[in-house]
Write a protein that binds this ligand. Structure first.
Ligand code: ZN
Ligand code: ZN
Length: 374
């Protein structure tokens, strides 16, 4: 992902190693952190981001050429490098001013964007670059979405070329060091009193040149094939959400980190249950006698049937809460009582109701009568 983002990032701090750390130290630090932070077993909310961070840091720092490039950029940033002491922090010289002043088109960010990010698609001489994000979708059953699930999805998408391991160079060959910039990716140009570091035109700022491209991938480092990806969907996901799988997108080029895989999640509706945030909802029809004198009624939940106590005198619309029967650890099952009104009555039932009506307590409509005047 060699890009202007390198400016802001501290890859050494990310891995917790000093700037003069050996390759071995970097590898050891990365392995240790990767084990700790891997999203498959670390469920801390920031684990995935940090895992992504250390993966990127490692992919840059374990590659000699990329590391040199990164160090160079950091050096320029701190004002000790190609700018002859014009520091960003010290002298009050703004990098954007410095670069943008001339042609008016673009500043520091654009320089690095051109330098690293957007090489021409046809060129064989491409540097490490982050892979594209890929997007796909899955549809989950209602219950799986509430409880969380692990599922597999098939993806026909770019993958790292196994012949060249994504480096783009024919097996047995390796990208050679660019002679013009001696592998730094930058050449220095003098303009009046200042010296400017410029992207090397020969290697497009990458420091290396692929002289023998891999035949299987044409030097891109990627081939399209079918992949099976295991995806862990967190409990409580809702329809329309997107799950991001760091590093599972298209492979990076020439050793750059892979992009992310974005999975848009759809959730099927359920014939009985619905969702209200982390709660699951259910409508419970009861008869007038059950609502009036109370009842024990067996209701389904996502974990099997449970007997619910409908207290005597429960009005229609009352919500009974079954703790812990919603999204695991977060939500409840909300059971809404609905008093059922029969649409047809047997003559026996009608007679019983009429007898009941004769002795039932009257309904209080006094408030309405204030307005209707009886
Ligand atoms: Zn290849
Ligand atoms: Zn060069």
């Amino acid at each position: 992902m060699a890009s202007q983002e390198w400016l802001e990032k501290d890859f050494y701090a990310e891995l917790g190693v000093p700037q003069d750390a050996s390759k071995k130290d970097i590898e050891r630090a990365y392995r240790k952190l990767a084990r700790e932070l891997h999203p498959d077993h670390n469920r801390a909310p920031d684990a995935e981001d940090r895992f992504k961070g250390i993966s990127e840091a490692y992919s840059v720092l374990h590659d000699d050429e990329q590391r040199a490039e990164y160090d160079q950029i950091q050096l320029m940033k701190s004002g000790r490098g190609g700018f002859g002491g014009f520091g960003g922090q010290g002298g009050g010289v703004n990098f954007d001013d410095l670069f943008g002043g001339g042609g008016g088109a673009g500043g520091f960010t654009d320089l690095f964007g051109d330098l690293f990010g957007r090489g021409t698609g046809t060129s064989r001489r491409r540097g490490a670059r982050r892979g594209n994000d890929l997007r796909t979708n899955i549809t989950l059953d209602f219950t799986d979405a509430v409880k969380g699930t692990t599922t597999e999805l098939r993806l026909h998408a770019p993958s790292e070329c196994e012949t060249c391991h994504g480096m783009g160079a024919k097996p047995g060959t390796s990208p050679s060091r660019c002679l013009r910039c001696n592998g730094s990716g930058l050449v220095t140009e003098n303009q009046g009193a200042f010296s400017f570091a410029q992207p090397c035109p020969d290697c497009e700022g990458t420091g290396t040149i692929v002289t023998d491209p891999c035949e299987d991938c044409g030097g891109t480092g990627a081939v399209t094939k079918e992949r099976v990806i295991t995806i862990r969907v967190p409990a409580g996901i809702t329809d329309g959400k997107t799950v991001r799988l760091a590093g599972r997108g298209a492979p990076g080029e020439r050793g750059g980190p892979a992009g992310d895989l974005l999975v848009d999640v759809g959730v099927r509706t359920h014939s009985l249950f619905a969702r209200d945030g982390d709660n699951v909802t259910l409508r419970l029809p009861v008869s007038f006698p059950e609502a009036t004198v109370g009842a024990q009624i067996k209701v389904p939940t996502l974990d099997g049937p449970v007997t619910v106590k409908v207290p005597a005198g429960t009005p229609t619309g009352r919500v009974l809460r079954l703790k812990g029967r919603g999204v695991p650890g977060k939500g409840d099952l909300l059971v809404t009582v609905e008093v059922d009104v029969p649409q047809t009555l047997s003559s026996e039932a009608r007679e019983a109701l009429e007898r009941y009506a004769a002795v039932a307590p009257p309904v209080d409509r006094s408030k309405l009568e204030q307005l209707t005047g009886r």
